[in-house]
Ligand binder design. Sequence first.
Ligand SMILES: Cc1ncc(COP(=O)(O)O)c(C=O)c1O
Length: 914
Amino acid sequence: MNLHSRKKTLPSIRDYYSATQLRADRWSALREAAEGLARHRKEGRKSEKLLKTAEHLFEVLAPIEQYWAFPGIHAFEHLRRLLQHGNADDLSVSIRRIARALTSGAYRRRSIPLSSEEIDNEDYEDEASLAPEARALGRPYFEVLIVDDVTESQERFLRQNLLRMRRVEDQFIYEPVIVPSLEDALIGILFNYNVQAVVVRPGLSLKSKIDLPILSQYLTRVSEEEAVDAIEPHEYGPEACRLIEKIRPELDAYLVTDRSAEDIAGLDLGRCRRVFYNQEDFQELHLNILRGVDRRYKSPFFTALKEYSKQPTGVFHAMPISRGKSISRSHWIQDMGAFYGSNIFLAETSATSGGLDSLLEPRGPIKEAQDMAARAFGAKHTFFATNGTSTCNKIVVQSVVRPGDIVLVDRDCHKSHHYGMVLAGASVAYMDSYPLHEHSMYGAVPLREIKHTLLQLKAAGKLDRVRMVLLTNCTFDGIVYNVRRVMEECLAIKKDLIFLWDEAWFAFARFDPTYRQRTAMGVANTLRGTLRSEETAEAWKAQQEALKDADEETWLNTRLVPPPDARVRVYATQSTHKTLTSLRQGSMIHVNDQDFKGEVEQAFHEAYMTHTSTSPNYQIIASLDVGRRQVELEGFEFVQKQIETAMSIRRAISDNPLLNKYFRVLTAGDMIPEAFRESGVEAYYDPDHGWADTWNMWSQDEFVLDPTRVTLAVGGTGWDGDTFKTKILMDKYGIQINKTSRNTVLFMTNIGTTRSSVAYLIEVLVEIANDLDDLLDDASKMERRSFENRVSALVEHVPPLPDFSRFHDAFRAGSDTPEGDIRTAFFLAYNEDNCDYIPTDDSLMERLEAGEELVSSSFIIPYPPGFPILVPGQVISPEILSFMRALDVSEIHGYRADLGLRVFTKEALKSVQK
Ligand SMILES: Cc1ncc(COP(=O)(O)O)c(C=O)c1O
């Protein structure tokens, strides 16, 4: 479809990724139509076409508006009547105000007068552009979804009674939205991000009467797993509460019922906060709703720090910067004070008393903040870290891995894990991720490979030593595991395995239901329920029977069922600062381990002490606390908007023929081999078919692609990823990114990415493509050929990524299984006499090809791709050497170009031979 034809006709529903986008676009189209009608009227022109457009827009908006409090379905119907009565002037004024308030968010702060007789301060600034102090003074706004199949007069009664409860001292302000059925409640909470509480009343019905595909897609998700149709009428209320928790666990649900207390007591009501038996007790309900939101709004450590900073104190301990004294008295560093302002120094202290707390031994507000974070992220315990996930990883590894324990690790994991393994003395079994040779990047470890490694260890009688499986989810490039399947099938082989999921890039995933099903904590909680079920017990028994004499291949090809007595032992580490609101280095460790108290807690404490500073940064801790508050109240909204933004980048590039000449957004089809995409879906968006069914992929495929991370293939520009990043994006256009591969760059969106930054990015790409067009238009034959050669070198002649070779026998206990003692190798290299350097020239290749065993004594980490191609104790293979030699990156950590590769001497290897 060309751009002109799109402008003239309204886009179809298929063109929208989400109902929120559809809603926003339809309101602005309605505004255009209403303004056109008013103009035509003034000019005395006919407006049949505009009238039709406006009527159509009312038609599509009508079902959508039932789920939002502003402007509200009654105001909406009033507008419709204005149209029917030909009152174009009033219609245009009201619609302009609504569309404006929806875009700016003004309706969250004040009531918007819709009648043209009332004056509206239209110059009111956008919410985002108000000073933070001004916004902090306002009362936060939210919406309460009331589920009840009421008549018009009952609805008025409900509404008026709730509004009558408002008091000046209320901390928040809310508006009710009333929907009739359980299905509408589910659509409502998935669609309306303003909803913070749901009141389920006894009169609710089951089915939604609304038939709009973009809304009912939400329902399909739920009903695929839950037999919604089979719910009995007397179960509607309790089931609604249970399903609400499943979809948006952060929300407060209130059940109003006429069933007896004993009846209700045995039911699963999700996180229902209160059950009311008196339908008309609006005051109790009102106070509970406010209290429920306040529970999430509280940020105990941030509040304590603010209070502390107001107290007059004399500082007679460390930290001259505390209260800004060393700055305010200075003649030379005043600019620091001016730049940061006074609060940050007033809040800097090394005190742990005065209302504050100690991170190393938390008992007060830090403990409370951590407990609230555990609630928000679905963990049983959460620990804050002020030195990033690098530290969190080392803490978890040290607390659960004992010297000699076998750990299965993805080889391209973050370097903190490798160092963690060295410190813990683990026997490391590295597993290879599937390679994406053409883009010089790795995917993730196929489940088959994980199972194969476990079964190999089992066959060698070493299963009892296998302690942990450690995987990165999602990977830097956005490959996401099927976490549930991995854990279930691994537990089927060893029932007490511990899992560490490195979710450095995935903290936000908890706040979207599609993503949540692939998070460590989400799945741990699901497993706690499913493992105990009778279905699991039966399925496991039957499978054991069937697999009695099965060979490895059969085990690999079977979807294994975990035994009912398997333990749920799951850890996740998250760089809160990477994807949510937190100062740099703010990270969290989430624990969901049934044996934590009995087996790990003491060791965890020691490990935490080993790696945590005794002077942790209070500002980082406070920001983690506030970051948690944010996600509990608006994580859903922000993540939803982030996904929409990322999807709009994907679409803008795919739809643009000029950009397609030089760039290509890599799709799931490019980054995940077909065998791992059971849904068969290739891309989130393609110009011919529109949007794919995201839920379908996410619920079944072995791997999915996180759409918020957009990998752009740039080989077609003739620049490699690194040059494109530094020389073009950064130096010329001030666009920052940090991950590149040989022929790709990665654009990561986050909850702060704005629509205008996306528009700028697209503008820049168009400009680059235009410049390239101009350059090639004027190029001589030679120049053109040189360009083509550069492109083909980047796109076609990419060195294949090498697999992990193996640990040298000196570091292995037997050669039938892959694990190696990385710690011994690491410390063996501390003695210079044990090491030698070999230039990476042709003669080295000849030696390797002739079968000589040379063993790396260091980590060799080229950047990009940023993971070790060699670790201490690893045999250097000809493939690894070829890859290294073909790499044209400037940074190879651990490698000295002037000396060559650092390897162990033969004598050194002999000295440790086991
Ligand atoms: C997968 C992974 N884990 C851990 C880390 C370390 O996180 P942090 O920067 O919070 O120390 C990173 C950093 O990029 C990472 O990519």
